[in-house]
Design a protein around this ligand. Structure first.
Ligand SMILES: C[S@@+](CC[C@H](N)C(=O)[O-])C[C@H]1O[C@@H](n2cnc3c(N)ncnc32)[C@H](O)[C@@H]1O
Length: 354
């Protein structure tokens, strides 16, 4: 028998990839309890019906995180529509996320032409297989020519490519101009590049950048800005992450993860909301904004929705909930290329209450 943690020592990224399972189980639990709707997540979690529910505190956190990011994505698509352009979405470290399928079955499905997901090869291989196995998910891939090989890269069955949805295996820490950049800029038959630099593009990092060094994530963000600026594009970026890790609760979060061999090199440099905003402006975004989940729940969720989720489960640890939600933030940054409409400056979460 191998001692516990043996395989992680052999592959230091195994513990980072394992965080995808946590995210998927948290989402599944929030769905099963009725906090959020997602008919697709069950196809990506093995033995979904046997998975135990998460505590109310985790379910509410999952609701606020998901709701906040959904609002930013929806507004991006609506603003693209208003500007007369189709949008593109790139989800980096997408893991078992199902946003593509939720959007593709919603009212905004015609407002985006590309949805690209990137993750480690082990994750994209597993996801590609689960998608192919699910009639429901497979049917929504768009375009007749779905290929299981991501042929720009070596290896078979490691991703998926259809006309709209692309699942790309890549290590986000690698120099972006190599694996990821060359795939995104490669020309598709009779079409332009996989990712167009001139269309309004939203990049999403949902609980991903914490696992990478700040240098690697800055280089990646700079690559996307450089690409958008090459053709007067508009680039939005949504980052969801733990932060504020220097207080006693934050230290406990860090230690809990350390016990599972997960370190957070990309979260430790961001002790405050201001530092999260500065991350955007430092790499060339025109503006940025950051809010804690606590603030988003308090002020940015519609009253009826807030009342609905307060009735889903009984929660007596309201102070603990606030403490947890205060250590996670959604931040968003915007880059407006020369010649793009300044109305994009209105993109962001909107207050529902004072
Ligand atoms: C906590 S999970 C979040 C998954 C998904 N974004 C969500 O919110 O449901 C983190 C994901 O980031 C991926 N990831 C972390 N570092 C990565 C890297 N350097 N390259 C590619 N993927 C990475 C992991 O494999 C994992 O799927």
């Amino acid at each position: 028998m191998f001692p516990p943690g043996h395989s992680r020592t052999l592959d230091p990224d195994a513990s980072i990839r394992a965080t995808d399972n946590d995210a998927a189980l948290a989402r599944l639990s929030a769905v099963q309890k009725g906090y959020i709707e997602d008919p697709f997540v069950k196809h990506l979690v093995p033995r979904a019906h046997l998975q135990p529910a998460r505590p109310p505190l985790i379910n509410i956190g999952t609701f606020v995180r998901s709701h906040g990011i959904d609002l930013l994505v929806e507004e991006w698509l609506l603003m693209a529509k208003a500007s007369g352009k189709k949008a593109q979405i790139v989800s980096l470290g997408a893991g078992s996320d199902t946003r593509f399928w939720r959007l593709e079955t919603g009212t905004l499905k015609d407002e985006f032409v590309k949805y690209i997901e990137v993750d480690f090869t082990e994750i994209t291989t597993k996801k590609a297989m689960s998608i192919r196995k699910s009639k429901e998910m497979n049917a929504l891939l768009g375009g007749a020519q779905v290929s299981l090989n991501y042929c720009v890269l070596a290896g078979g069955g490691t991703g998926l490519r259809s006309s709209k949805y692309h699942l790309i295996p890549a290590d986000l820490r690698a120099p972006p101009s190599q694996a990821l950049g060359s795939t995104l800029t490669s020309i598709e038959a009779d079409e332009g590049p996989v990712l167009s630099p001139s269309l309004p593009t939203l990049i999403i990092f949902e609980c991903v950048l914490a696992y990478m060094s700040m240098e690697a994530s800055s280089t990646l963000l700079e690559w996307f800005i450089g690409y958008a600026s090459s053709d007067a594009g508009v680039l939005g970026c949504v980052i969801y992450e733990m932060f504020n890790l220097q207080d006693s609760f934050g230290k406990m979060m860090v230690n809990n993860l350390k016990a599972r061999s997960v370190t957070l090199p990309g979260a430790e440099p961001f002790p405050t909301l201001d530092s999260l905003v500065k991350r955007f402006t430092d790499v060339g975004f025109s503006a940025g904004r950051a809010l804690t989940l606590k603030e988003i729940k308090r002020t940015y969720v519609d009253q009826p929705e807030l009342e609905r989720i307060s009735k889903v489960e009984f929660l007596d640890e309201t102070e603990e909930l606030d403490l947890v939600l205060d250590h996670y933030a959604i931040s968003w940054g915007l880059y407006i290329g020369n010649g793009s409409a300044s109305t994009w400056g209105h993109w962001g979460l909107k207050q529902k209450r004072d």
